[in-house]
Design a protein around this ligand. Structure first.
Ligand code: NAP
Length: 295
């Protein structure tokens, strides 16, 4: 007779890479953050899920079971940032892992047209709030001389032209925030790393063109990206939230003990260079153009 083992039973019987750890994952009401929270719980961690949307956040926490709890917070509010760390420690007794994942899409405008208030908001969500959360979390990690902090940036922080300049500049600053924090906190046993994903199938792309909340999360990205991804990403598969979650689990685990200040790029070779077939087609077209001129 077949034996069906449920999520909770598996949790109780296997040792996970994050057994006993406590994590705060920002931006976990949907997309990549929800997948990271799920990956962490699967590996034995207790997780605080957070974001502004209450119904979505509660649904994620409910799905993950008793090892996850949700607290609503708008991270543009400094007091809320402080409180979300305090709540994590109050509920679970400690904080071992902080994932700065909350983010918003960029404005699709040229540098000259970029509204400075939009720019301030991009820096606030992608740089200021992560910095504030690092400060609050570090206060609990420093006495224990251990902790793992992961900042979710983007390939847009490494290459311009993939998204709005506000987002791109803010993500580049986030990559450097990681380095600044790593050389400081690394001396006290706290690791700080970046994950820079390429395009990942989440609601953020629909939100960039005006769709809202849960409706945006339902727009299927894979067919949209299949049209043009092969033009610039050598492995033409769009990323899935689980791809980023697997990287986060590894970076948070003891296996990454000596990885600190690093930027782990999860992008199907997008930042490595152009797809060879695209470059080759251009070279052939150039050859034909030269031959046509009799050269
Ligand atoms: N999808 C991609 O292609 C891609 C590629 C590279 C990097 N990234 C990065 O990955 C991260 C997650 O994005 P995603 O693709 O998973 O999109 P998503 O599903 O839209 O997730 C964004 C999350 O950020 C939260 N958030 C936004 N503003 C917030 C605020 N002021 N306070 C608190 N929470 C806030 C949202 O929660 P609420 O709406 O509930 O507040 C949501 O949970 C972002 O940092 C994004 O820049 C995504």
């Amino acid at each position: 007779m077949g034996c069906r083992v449920g999520f909770r039973e598996r949790q109780q019987t296997r040792r996970g890479a994050l057994d006993g750890r406590v994590a705060l994952v920002t931006g976990s009401t949907s997309g990549i953050g929800a997948a990271i929270a799920e990956g962490f719980v699967r590996e034995g961690a207790r997780v605080v899920v957070t974001g502004r949307r209450v119904a979505e956040g509660e649904a994620v926490a409910r799905r993950l079971g008793p090892d996850a709890r949700f607290v609503a917070a708008d991270l543009l509010d400094d007091v809320a940032s402080r409180d979300v760390v305090a709540r994590t420690v109050e509920w679970f007794g400690r904080i071992d892992i902080l994932v700065n994942n909350a983010g918003t899409p960029g404005q699709a405008v040229s540098v000259t047209d970029l509204d400075l208030a939009d720019f301030d908001r991009a820096l606030a969500v992608h740089v200021r709030a992560p910095l504030a959360l690092i400060q609050h979390a570090a206060r609990h990690m420093l006495p224990r001389r251990s902790g793992s902090i992961i900042n979710v940036a983007s390939v847009s922080g490494l290459r311009a032209g993939f998204s709005g300049p506000d987002y791109s500049i803010a993500k580049a600053a986030m990559v450097h925030l990681t380095r600044c924090a790593a050389v400081d906190l690394g001396q006290s046993g706290i690791r700080v790393n970046t994950i820079s994903p390429g395009p990942v199938a989440t609601g953020i792309h629909a939100k960039a063109v005006g769709a809202a909340g849960a409706a945006a999360d339902e727009v299927p990205d894979e067919p949209l990206f299949a049209q043009f991804l092969p033009q610039f990403q050598p492995d033409p598969h769009i990323g899935r939230p689980a791809d980023v979650a697997a990287t986060a689990v590894f970076l948070a685990s003891a296996g990454a003990r000596l990885i600190n200040g690093e930027n782990v790029v999860v992008d199907g070779a997008l930042t490595a260079g152009r797809p060879w077939s695209v470059a080759e087609a251009e070279r052939t077209a150039m050859e034909q153009a030269v031959q046509a001129t009799g050269g």
